[in-house]
Each structure stands twice: as structure tokens, then as C-alpha cells.
Design a protein around this ligand. Sequence first.
Ligand SMILES: [Fe+2]
Length: 261
Amino acid sequence: MSLSDFIDIHTHILPGLDDGPNNLEESAALARCYTDMGVTQVIATSHYIPGTAWTASSQLILEKIAELQGYLQRNNIPLAIFPGMEIACHKKLQEHLEAQTFLPLGTSFYYLLEPSFTDSAEFLFHCLDLLLEQGWKIILAHPERIPSLRGMGYPLDEFVRRGIRIQINTGSLLGKFGAESKHVGLQFIESNCVHYLASDAHGVNSRRPPTLEEWLQLQTTLGADVLEQLCCINPAQLLAENTNHQLGTIKIKTEKQNDRQ
Ligand SMILES: [Fe+2]
């Protein structure tokens, strides 16, 4: 397993839709960060935040992917971009899901849900309860970065048991969002709650994909097996998914984990 097997399921690579790249050139520069490391596949997850300018429609996202993909091809940058969105948790979420406003990740049934940085944890848990009851498939983005989810006993393992999947940011584990995000991210992994590690990259300067040096640092922290599971194997399975099947979380070889697989 090497960095080239990494499939980034959370990246803001599309131009002009959110706080990611402003134009095709900046998107291509971010794409080059991936291909320079040998990475060949990412899922574009532009923000969808109601009440802001970041509310690109599914149609616009698909058009932007086609436009960027053509640009990358013409510039010999061999990166495949799959559709997705990072959907902010909000009051009309269920309504929009039913109206098919949003894109799931790739061809899977899974939607990437961003918890609010300011709402209460209770609001998020209420939303997750409703989504689970209605059968929606959810991957929760970077809970380790959310202040309201820290220090309250981390009831996320119960949601994971019920089918919610968890994505942690590589930057959190590298300490880029502070000591607490790192600590909580590692705690989630050790609690066997995490399915994916992704970059949540926004550009080449700040919040970029992990470098080779950072990849090795992650490997030292987590172990090669865990890194491969969370960055390569589980994302590859997600891209291959078009049905509802079980996926095991992984951390250290524990009885709990073995039971789940
Ligand atoms: Fe993001």
C-alpha cells in the first residue's frame, strides 16, 4: 500500500462553487497535488450550505466536473473526479433529500453530511435519528472538528452501530486544527468509530492533500494497516457501492472490531 492508493472522498476541487479553487487553473493545481503523489481518484464534495452562496445544484456540480475533467485531460493530469457534495446539516435536510436535491458520493447511496460548527450536538443527533429512521445513508464529515461533539461522552459509537459512517480529516490527525481535534480524532479511531480518512482539501496553499512526509507521519501514528483501510480500502469499496451493504470500521485488531466484520 502506498500513497498512490489513496482515494480522497472529501475534497473541494471544483472551481468557483465554494471556498475551494476560484477557477480552473487553481483546480488543476490542486489536481496536480494528487497526481504528483500518484493518486488517481477523488470525490468532489463542494459545500452545500443553505442561506449562503454555496448552494450549487446537482446539475451545476456535474457540469463543473465535466468541465474540469476536460481541462485536466487537455493538460495531461490523470485524475478521475467523482460527484458528491458536502451537505450542511440543516432544518430542511430531509425535505431536500426527498426532493433529490443532493448528490450522494459516487454511485453509492451515501451522503456526506457536515455537522454545524455552532448548532448544539442535540440538533445533530435529532437530525441523525430522523435520517436513520427514514433509511438515509450518511457519512458524517470531520466530527472531531466540531466543538459541541467534544467532551460529552462521544455517543457517536451508538450512531455508528445504527449505520452512520464517520470521516475524519487527515489534517486533524496531523495537528493542523489544534491539539483537541487531533486528540478527539484519534479517540474516535481507537473507539472503532471511523470508516474514512480524507483530506477535506481546499487548495494548494492551505488545507491541501497530505504530502508524502505527512502520509508517513500518519502511517507512524496509525499503523500501515489502519491507514490503508481508512484511506484506500474503504474508499474503494464506497466507489464500488451501488447497493446497501455493510462495511466494517477498523482500528486496532480488537474483539469488537472482529465481531463487526
Ligand atoms: Fe469540506
